[in-house]
Every structure is written in C-alpha cells, then in structure tokens.
Design a binder for this molecule. Structure first.
Ligand SMILES: [Zn+2]
Length: 147
C-alpha cells in the first residue's frame, strides 16, 4: 500500500519540520534509515553570528556537522553546516548557535533530556535509555547543574 506509506512519510516530514528545525535553519529533507533518522538542515542565511560580540561576522568556511538530537522512536541526528568565522572584534572560531553547546556532539535539548534522566536514575540507566556511554551521561548531568 504505497499510498498509506506515502502519507505516513508526509506526516513524519511535517512533524520533523515542526520539531527539528532550529532557528536559522530549514529542514531540507530526511533519511529514515533502519536504526536512525538523519534530518538534513539548510542554512537560511550566509552570515553567521559572532559568539563574542553577537554581531554578524564574515564566514571563512562551512563545516558539516552531524549532531544527535532527541530520539524519534529511532536515534535522530541533525546534519547541518556550522560556520567558522573571522569577526571584526578579533574573534576567530565557530559561530554561535543556540541549539548546541560549543564543541558538543549533542543538541542542548538532548543534553537536558539526558541530564533529567540521570537526575532520576543511575548514570548507567540514563545512558542506556539515551544510547550514550555513562561518562557522557555523567558529563551532561553535571553540566546541567552548573549555574
Ligand atoms: Zn565579534
């Protein structure tokens, strides 16, 4: 029944566009694989925001990133390009993106989710549910508690 499958895929696509589209990006497609879903994001703008002075800065290069986001039955990843910038203020490095921490391989909301689980159970149980190692669960737990 290809029609039903098609509707399901459309429903999933609508859901992904609603829930997996961080600010500044637009969902351009997704791959529904056996064990994971990979959401492809396109940049809305060429320019990038400097984390130091919070102004628009010129982009030196774009680097492709694959970041774990909240599960969608399967493990879910978002794929996008993060800009490396050179700013007039002197900052040189990666652009500011609100949905990921600097150098993190997980979205902030995934880290919050893992930290909340680790708050309610052992690190290893939280890690098993999240599909991460317990050291990462512990790290997310302590990072979330930092003021
Ligand atoms: Zn700057």
């Amino acid at each position: 029944m290809p029609e039903v499958a098609g509707n399901k895929e459309k429903g999933l696509y609508d859901f992904i566009r609603e829930k997996y589209e961080p600010e500044g990006f637009v969902v351009s497609g997704f791959s529904n694989l056996d064990n994971e879903i990979i959401v492809a994001l396109g940049r809305k703008k060429r320019e990038a925001i400097c984390p130091s002075c919070h102004k628009a800065a010129s982009v030196e290069m774009l680097r492709k990133k694959l970041i774990r986001d909240l599960d969608l039955i399967k493990k879910c990843y978002i794929e996008f390009e993060q800009a490396k910038i050179r700013c007039k203020c002197g900052y040189r490095g990666v652009e500011k993106l609100d949905f990921i921490g600097k150098h993190s391989r997980y979205t902030r909301r995934f880290e919050e989710y893992a930290a909340n689980l680790a708050n309610a159970m052992s690190f290893s149980d939280a890690a098993r549910i999240c599909g991460i190692d317990w050291k990462s669960a512990r790290q997310m737990f302590y990072r979330a508690r930092r003021p």
